[in-house]
Design a protein around this ligand. Structure first.
Ligand code: C5P
Length: 246
């Protein structure tokens, strides 16, 4: 398995021009995450651009609404032919089930492969303290993330977004066929910024992550190509992933 098949780079920039400049600069990156900032700015045009460059797409719009509304959103998003799509597990069982069916319908209508539908368990910027004192959730944080992942799995979703700190427990309990997508990844040389529950790229893969989502350590680095190379080298040497020729 190659590094570029396991690392998704978050394209968290404000407009199409900057997004395309980064995609062209980081030519070895083959999987890009389009999130709320960029999609709100460009709409689906950025997805067409990425597809025309043969890139894989994680459309991270984190849907969170009533069953009918999230199902409609997933049906529409699936028509774009994206690879991964997110919805909050806190939407509840009915919404998660409806979203799963709707994503398949949307993809079939458009004649494209259905996206893998991935549940957000708990944002990786939320600390144990915030979970207890601000969100008033009376469960320990790892237990809460696990319960959200299990709810998603029971509802037919393909995987969950979790912090790398929770990945090994989720992997053990949810099994090998449940995708684990981990943001909150920070190389030792990068700033933590707002991520509270992070591990290094190699630690996250060893903990059981299928995909790492990395944004600012690469995209906000003074030299994004060098940052990608350092991460790629770390993964190649410590977990045996093979690296593209850089
Ligand atoms: O810049 P950074 O590496 O922190 O980017 C992480 C990306 O992953 C951001 O686009 C953020 O929206 C996303 N994400 C996250 N935590 C989640 C789900 C998604 O940080 N639980």
């Amino acid at each position: 398995m190659k590094v570029e098949q396991r690392v998704i780079v978050a394209l968290d920039v404000a407009d199409e021009e900057r997004a395309i400049a980064l995609v062209d600069q980081l030519a070895h990156v083959s999987f890009w995450k389009v999130g709320l900032e960029l999609f709100t700015s460009t709409g689906p045009k950025i997805l067409q651009e990425l597809k025309s460059k043969q890139k894989r797409i994680f459309l991270d719009l984190k849907f969170d609404d009533i069953p009918n509304t999230v199902a409609g959103a997933c049906r529409s998003a699936a028509r774009y032919g994206v690879d991964l799509l997110t919805i909050h597990a806190t939407c509840g069982r009915d919404a998660l089930k409806a979203a799963t069916e709707a994503a398949k319908e949307g993809a079939a209508q458009a004649g494209v492969k259905p996206p893998q539908l991935i549940a957000i368990t708990l944002l990786t910027s939320i600390s144990a303290r915030q979970l207890a004192f601000d969100l008033k959730i009376p469960l320990e944080l790892p237990e809460y993330a696990l319960q959200m992942a299990l709810l998603a799995q029971e509802s037919g979703l393909d995987g969950a977004v979790c912090s790398p700190v929770e990945a090994s427990q989720l992997r053990q309990i949810c099994g090998d066929n449940f995708l684990l997508v981990c943001p909150g990844v920070r190389p030792t040389w990068a700033d933590q910024t707002d991520q509270k529950r992070s591990l290094t790229p190699a630690q996250a893969i060893k903990a059981g992550a299928d995909y790492l989502v990395i944004g600012r350590p690469i995209t906000a680095a003074p030299d994004p190509e060098l940052a990608w190379k350092r991460i790629s080298d770390e993964l190649t040497s410590s977990v045996g992933l093979s690296s593209p020729v850089l």
